[in-house]
Design a protein. Sequence first.
Length: 132
Amino acid sequence: MKFQFVEQFTVRDYECDSQGIVNNAVYLNYLEHARHVFMLTKGVDVPALAKQGLDLVVIRAELDYKKSLVSNDKFYVGINFSMKDRVRFQFHQSIFRSHDDALMVEAVVLGTGVNERGRPKVPREIVEKLMS
């Protein structure tokens, strides 16, 4: 599969639960970190936008767990960005184990921008940067 962006990771011991596998909630951290790095590489600085009165927020996350990562596994997160409608965007993200490209997690994360008055807003210039 072709992705707009790929970020590499390694599982750390403390991310695993008592079964020796990555805790399901940790996958959300991996996905979030990959999204933030992706946006930075596209020139979208989330903390700077917040200081300007625009918060980019997640409004829904749907994850399908396929297999489990374990300590020291190397893996990568692939991202594709698209607009769902005028004020909502979505990240299609997949996590793959590096040594065999096994699909571990598929996710769709839906978000929007919220202005200072709490109204949804996604400026065109941000969309253009993330689509390029």
